[in-house]
Design a protein around this ligand. Structure first.
Ligand code: GTP
Ligand code: MG
Length: 451
């Protein structure tokens, strides 16, 4: 791991016109660099950390660019852990470009995507899982994903992973100690005890792995496909859920040809709804394409809302077809148009009317239940929301299983120790105790510049 110590600069607010723009500068020479172009009451180098100063920024020919406010953060008390300066200017694209240009002329370089956060990580301000959560917090668009990301930024997952890693280190050091003294026949560890400890660590890893399906959904939302025969009311249901006439509804079967995708947040959870072309055998080329797109949508959906018409009955053939392209547990059988019948014994999980709204709340409960499962997660539980963390946990679990096997087969301590060390390293990757340039680059390239 190498520490970069040059001074970097980037716009931290969105590019465009606004009330103000904030330009961020970080690195050992950041205060010195800004002092060269900033005319205020006193030199910034004499200012205390966490103070704000009014003044003017001049370009290289001493022309005024803008009057600004400059905030000073002195190492280690800054986001990156380095000396940092934030310049708030008027929110103009031209002004921002000019200010960044003159800062670069005075020795800074343009920051790479995520470089400020990368430095925060490299300087030990936050661990890797927290750095990743910074991007998630920024990108979260609904309450649930925000809470999940906040939970990770607060370090809940890191603490849990750290704890597991330390437990493994304790076990492997005991085993290694035993190896050192093998000739003297000392018994530092009882193998049944080690097995028991490994089991309990594995169980904890399983809990974290289980939380991923929930974590992924709170982060990305729930993909819901509305499917059924033509005319059962898929588009009507979509419109009802969105509270707008988004899709064309008509009594003519085969109205919807293309997939209509819309997002709606309900009780803080993001649902992405896909209205599809009614599934039937057709010779119409356009409708045929629509039907094959419906099949694709079903394959990618977390939940499939299978609609049937209370007047025309349950379409068993389509149900069989759906079961062949998605798991049965993802399907909710919904009977629509119950306003048109007095009583119905057609099989269904929920009965609704896309016209009157009857049964829609119940449908939401079912949707949430299907997608989120019955796991008991709260804001205080560590939740895995990131595929990288999920994969590392899975790998760590495999190493622990290998170690347990080695113990059972009475292999020598070396075998056990190697697997345990590997498991420790794999857990270490999550929080960044163990990293490679590849891992880091992969993570930070996804950030925006200025973050
Ligand atoms: N009474 C009543 N009519 C409904 C209900 N839902 C839909 N309809 C009517 O059923 C007809 C078909 O509705 P759509 O929403 O277009 O059906 P669809 O499933 O999208 O049909 P395609 O796009 O052709 O596959 C329209 O005339 C709707 O007004 C309902 O709950 N009650
Ligand atoms: Mg339709």
């Amino acid at each position: 791991m190498h520490f970069e110590d040059d001074t970097i600069v980037a716009l931290a607010t969105p590019f465009g016109v606004g009330a103000i723009s904030v330009i961020r500068v970080s690195g050992e020479k950041s205060i010195e660099t800004i002092d060269k172009i900033f005319i205020g009451k006193i030199k910034l180098e004499h200012c205390r950390s966490h103070t704000i100063h009014y003044g003017k920024i001049l370009d290289s020919s001493n022309e005024l660019i803008d009057d600004v406010l400059v905030s000073i953060f002195i190492s280690p008390h800054s986001y990156t852990g380095e000396d940092s300066v934030e310049i708030s200017s008027h929110g103009s694209v031209l002004i921002v470009e000019k200010i960044i240009k003159v800062i670069v002329e005075n020795g800074a370089r343009l920051a790479e995507p995520g470089e400020f956060t990368k430095r925060a990580f490299l300087n030990g301000r936050i661990d890797l899982a927290q750095a990743e959560a910074v991007a998630d917090v920024i990108n979260s668009r609904n309450e649930a994903s925000f809470r999940g990301a906040r939970n990770q930024l607060n370090g809940l997952l890191s603490q849990r992973v750290n704890f597991l890693r330390e437990s493994l280190i304790n076990i492997s050091s005991m085993i290694e100690l035993e190896l050192d003294f093998a000739e003297e026949d000392l018994e530092f560890v009882s193998l049944p005890q080690v097995l028991e400890k490994l089991y309990s660590i594995e169980n904890e890893i399983d809990e974290l792995l289980d939380s991923y399906s929930f974590g992924r959904i709170i982060k990305d939302g729930i993909n819901v496909a509305l499917v059924g025969k033509p005319n059962v009311g898929k588009s009507s249901l979509l419109n009802y859920l969105l509270k707008e006439k988004r899709a064309i509804v008509s009594e003519i079967p085969g109205t919807t040809r293309d997939i209509i995708r819309e997002e709606v947040a309900i009780n803080g959870i993001l649902f992405t709804l896909y209205d599809t072309a009614g599934m039937r055998t057709t010779h119409d080329e356009i409708e045929k394409e629509g039907v094959s797109r419906s099949v694709e949508t079903v394959k990618n959906a977390d939940v499939v809302v299978f609609l049937n018409d209370a007047l025309t009955g349950f379409t068993e053939d389509l149900y069989q077809q759906l079961k062949s392209i998605t798991e049965e547990k993802r399907i909710i059988n919904v009977l629509n148009k119950i306003d048109l019948v007095t009583d119905s014994n057609i099989p269904s999980d929920v009965k609704i009317s896309a016209k009157t709204g009857e049964g829609i709340d119940e449908l939401f409960d079912k949707l949430k239940e299907k997608a989120l499962g019955t796991g008991n997660y709260s804001e205080k539980t560590a939740i895995v929301t990131n595929i990288r963390h999920f994969n590392s946990l899975k790998k760590a679990k495999e190493f622990i299983e290998n170690a347990r096997e080695s113990i059972k087969e009475r292999l020598t301590g070396e075998f056990i120790a190697v697997d345990l060390r590997n498991a420790e390293d794999t857990l270490g990757e999550i929080i960044g105790r163990v990293t490679t340039d590849d891992i880091l680059n992969n993570i930070f390239i996804k950030f925006c510049i200025g973050k």
